[in-house]
Design a protein around this ligand. Sequence first.
Ligand code: CDT
Length: 269
Amino acid sequence: MSRKLRAAIAQLGPIHLADSREAVVKRLCALLREAHGNGARFVVFPELALTTFFPRWWMTEQAEIDRYFEREMPNAETRPLFDLARELGIGFYLGYAELTRENGAPRHYNTSILVDPAGHIVGRYRKIHLPGHSEHLPNAPFQHLEKRYFDVGNEGFRVWRMQDAVIGMCICNDRRWPETYRVMGLQGVEIVALGYNTPTLNIHHREPEHLRMFHHLLSLQAGAYQNAALGLCSAWPGRWILRYLPTIAPSGPTRTAVLKRWPCGVSSA
Ligand code: CDT
């Protein structure tokens, strides 16, 4: 029996250090409405979509770092997004920084959630493959401090049945590793939802931009193809970020029409 789920990839424009959660959530709500207006019933937002990509900044005070983390979800600032999802009857994937406590100690995760069309959280994923570095690299063109600010995810790669599909989640660097897809594939995954934030420049190894894009598509398409799944992949455009962002795999089309409305917009497939 055939099933149809119209999905949208909502790519964000840059978020600045000074931008408030309230302002960002308003933008997410506008994208959700736009996606809904285009007939979408499921929307994928990027990695760490509620704040600037703060691993770009070297910080030493834990209180300063913790300002970028959410202690509960939903919370007062993100509630409007959940309410709107329920009003529109639309599900979504959202990436954010999660601060929790385990065995009495604080834990920091790079997290994504799956929210159903009734506005309920049905799934949570904590990023396992944390890239970058933990030391300050003052001579690098920019920092990528995920290894400093986050703990390694401790809940594995799981799938959830939602909107008549089996949906799995992963985040950015996870897409480059075969076990990400295979573990979900063995659970019958049909859609891999993935938010990402990939700098055009690889600060660790020289890699021309066209190879950077090639490897992005290669890993996503191969992982999805080999596990008979569809990848829905969303990021932010910006100076340091890979262009042609919204990616549908494995069929290959990279939907760039949205870029006419750069720096943000919705692409659907
Ligand atoms: N956000 C993220 O995981 N980005 C990595 C690149 C990090 S470069 C140090 C990626 O695989 O795209």
